[in-house]
Design a binder for this molecule. Structure first.
Ligand SMILES: [Zn+2]
Length: 153
């Protein structure tokens, strides 16, 4: 732990200065939100359900039409189409998950970079500013999000 008091660049006091990561009662100073994995499966599965419902509808219709002639063939056709849809949806789901995982990797590395910058910041209660003692820059507490995201790109 660094016990040397950090002075505010504006008021030059240190008694009201706290590390931003140690402030928990101010939502403005909260850490950058951690990226989450947006599972694409539910969206794709609900699309598959709609297609299958339509197929059942038209399949039943087709079945009634075929009843007089080729009952077996009608059923096998429906079964085959459902199987093909299930396989296609499985492939689409895997592709979408892979894409989402890659996107999450990118968002996570960006988040780690922002967290590193956020961890360096201090907050002065008197002036309601945040500052980085390493480079002497500061901004209002309301602007912390932009400050963390814009610097050092
Ligand atoms: Zn101050």
């Amino acid at each position: 732990m660094n016990n040397q008091p950090i002075a505010c660049p504006k008021c030059h006091e240190n008694n009201r200065v706290r590390k931003v990561s140690g402030v928990h009662n101010d939502s403005r100073l909260a850490p950058p939100p951690k990226p989450v994995f947006n599972d694409p499966s539910p969206r794709i599965n609900s699309a598959a359900l709609v297609i299958m419902a339509l197929l059942f509808f038209f399949g039943g219709w087709m079945f009634l039409g075929l009843l007089a002639t080729e009952v077996q063939g009608g059923w096998w056709m429906c079964y085959g189409l459902l199987l093909i849809i299930a396989i296609v949806m499985g492939v689409i789901t895997n592709q979408a998950k892979k894409k989402e995982r890659e996107s999450l990797d990118v968002r996570m590395s960006e988040w780690n970079r922002l967290m590193g910058k956020w961890e360096e910041l201090y907050y002065c209660e008197l002036d309601d500013i945040v500052f980085n003692p390493h480079d002497g820059t500061s901004t209002s507490a309301n602007n912390i999000r932009t400050y963390v995201e814009s610097r050092g790109r």
